[in-house]
Ligand binder design. Sequence first.
Ligand SMILES: NC(=O)c1ccc[n+]([C@@H]2O[C@H](COP(=O)([O-])OP(=O)(O)OC[C@H]3O[C@@H](n4cnc5c(N)ncnc54)[C@H](O)[C@@H]3O)[C@@H](O)[C@H]2O)c1
Length: 255
Amino acid sequence: MNLSNKTIVITGACSGIGAELARLARFQGATVIGIDRNLPQLTLDGFFQADLGDPASIQALVAQLPARIDALCNVAGVPGTSPTDLVGRVNYLGLRALSTALVPRMPPGSSLVNIASVLGAEWPLRLEQHKALAGVQGFAEGQQWLAANPVPQSTCYQYFKEALIVWSLQQAGVWFRDHSIRVNCVAPGPVFTPILDDFVSMLGEERLARDAARIKRPALADEVAAVITFLCSDASRWVNGANIPVDGGLAASYV
Ligand SMILES: NC(=O)c1ccc[n+]([C@@H]2O[C@H](COP(=O)([O-])OP(=O)(O)OC[C@H]3O[C@@H](n4cnc5c(N)ncnc54)[C@H](O)[C@@H]3O)[C@@H](O)[C@H]2O)c1
């Protein structure tokens, strides 16, 4: 993959999938700007500390980011063991706010990649709800909609990954038509990263046992990163509106 002359912004760049992605994208020639709430322990071309669940922090971040961005990879996320409100702010509302603010800096041919999850696979069951939320513009307005349409703690991670997939598919149509910017998702199954244990407590023994029988092993973070760099590259220039499973066949095994 060749990412020379591309400036790529990666959220969640300090750990897990985001860190592997940052390493790989730099190796492939990109200039990588990392964003995270924590400080990096890897080499980046630029870094900004920000809380992606806080609209004021996102606004301050946007003011510092470069004028030209060729790809935005929204990797930062929190597991469903975090409070519902935080999951909604980081995994959906903040991601949406950052993306919307950066689109005007993305030239034709740019790429936006969102990290969904195999756990978002049931989005068609709640399509109308997710479309309603997608239709609500703005961070504060989204919070108001969620206050009126509360999401249960036990399934909040799944809900916001589903919502992210629906919003991404919609934006793929709009942003490609209006700005020639592609929008795609990657949907990992379990990945060996620091939050894997949170998924274990979030999903419970029964679901884990079911899934464990269906996969050879969790993914390694670099196996997910490779698919993301493909989506950032010009090799994927006609891939738009896709939600690509990177799960060793887990989702397919439920068919
Ligand atoms: N690990 C898995 O099994 C798995 C499976 C499917 C999807 N995912 C998704 O992959 C993405 C990356 O997760 P990971 O497994 O690499 O986890 P991770 O915990 O290793 O990395 C997440 C990164 O996001 C950052 N982050 C979290 N909240 C933030 C905030 N408010 N502001 C700024 N940065 C913040 C963290 O500091 C961390 O560096 C997430 O969106 C996650 O939902 C993970």
